[in-house]
Design a protein around this ligand. Structure first.
Ligand SMILES: Nc1ncnc2c1ncn2[C@@H]1O[C@H](COP(=O)(O)OP(=O)(O)OP(=O)(O)O)[C@@H](O)[C@H]1O
Ligand SMILES: [Mg+2]
Length: 333
């Protein structure tokens, strides 16, 4: 992030993607909780019928209509059928016709299979949410979209390009142009990535990052490296391991020998994670947030809140650093 680009929470539409199971839903929830703590009015948008967000908010049910899931945090599930119904009601002037189309099973199947229809309906709803105003201010601030997989994110981002060749002028063109400018506006929309400090997810993240930089106009937000293990032993403690091990062997204390083996394994795991983080930091120029692996307890609301707080504070520290560096650079000139 340069000193002049707006802070992550100051963007209107925050999209998050990453490989399955890396912690996207957790990161989205944590960021939203932190936004609410700072007096914003975040709306979490979950795509599809996954319902995994509900588990993070005391199983409050999340439907198409936004509802408050915890203090100041709103959430909705953007399912395809409802988004499509909205789309028809908006664009087909006769409501009755729109409803008839929606009720027709064959047409429904056709729309589900037709290329980009789901994405257009989804983007249509996201743009509408972004444009909602209350008392002259945006109703949702910010909107956080939990894109369920990398492929899904790319499909959404591809819509403007795919559609460009297919449509002429008219309402559809205006609609697509509307999404394109929302998605391509770095002051409004950013895509953040979530990954784990392990070889495969790190490699996939690197490849996705390259693809996004080469082919897409969307601005990149932050890279969240989730589940970073803590160092299991201090260097001093680690230095004692050899001695502990040989004494335990000599005295034939089996459980202690096992403990030492475990400690070594934990150290290797942590060292590997560190190596992957360093590799990501070298290859990717996005602001990076490291979130700890929480092993001591359930990911309860308090843990989620502290992950969110830490994430946003890390980003603030970083932009303060950037501002200092560019200030220093200016002074040197
Ligand atoms: N920092 C963390 N420490 C410990 N456990 C975590 C952490 N982040 C996420 N988890 C756990 O990892 C699992 C996957 O997290 P989450 O559901 O957020 O991932 P996801 O990327 O949204 O998955 P999916 O691709 O299935 O939607 C969950 O059980 C979650 O509780
Ligand atoms: Mg998820």
């Amino acid at each position: 992030m340069t000193a002049t680009s707006p802070a992550l929470l100051d963007r209107r539409l925050l999209m998050f993607t990453g490989k399955g199971g890396v912690g996207k839903t957790t990161v989205v929830a944590a960021t939203a909780v932190e936004a609410a703590r700072r007096g914003r009015r975040p709306l979490i948008v979950e795509l599809g019928h996954r319902a995994s967000m509900e588990g993070l908010f005391a199983n409050r049910s999340i439907a198409y209509e936004p509802s408050q899931v915890t203090d100041g945090v709103w959430a909705m599930n953007l399912d395809f059928e409802s988004a499509l119904a909205d789309y028809f009601e908006q664009h087909i002037p006769v409501k009755r016709v729109a409803r008839t189309i929606m009720r027709n099973k064959t047409l429904q199947k056709f729309f589900q299979a037709a290329p980009s229809v789901a994405e257009v309906a989804t983007l249509n709803k996201l743009s509408a949410l972004e444009a909602e105003r209350e008392g002259g201010k945006p109703r949702w601030d910010p909107i956080l979209v939990d894109l369920d997989a990398t492929g899904h994110a790319l499909m959404l981002l591809n819509v403007p390009e795919v559609m460009t060749g297919l449509i002429g002028d008219g309402p559809m063109r205006r609609l697509i142009d509307g999404f394109s400018s929302l998605l391509a506006d770095p002051r409004r929309t950013v895509l953040s990535l979530v990954t784990l400090p392990r070889e495969l997810p790190a490699q996939e993240t690197f490849e996705l990052y390259q693809k996004l930089r080469e082919h897409h106009k969307v601005a990149l937000g932050a890279l969240f490296i989730n589940q970073v293990p803590e160092r299991p032993l201090t260097p001093g403690q680690a230095g004692l391991l050899d001695r502990v091990q040989s004494r335990a062997k000599r005295a034939n204390i089996g459980p202690l020998v096992d403990e030492v083996t475990l400690a070594r394994r934990a150290m290797r795991y942590q060292a590997n994670a560190r190596a992957q983080i360093n590799r990501l930091r070298r290859a990717i120029t996005m602001p990076i947030v490291e979130l700890p692996l929480i092993t001591s307890r359930e990911l309860d609301p308090e843990a989620i809140a502290s992950l969110g707080r830490s994430a946003i504070e890390q980003l603030e520290d970083r932009s303060a650093e950037d501002a200092n560096t560019s200030h220093a650079r200016r002074m040197r000139r």
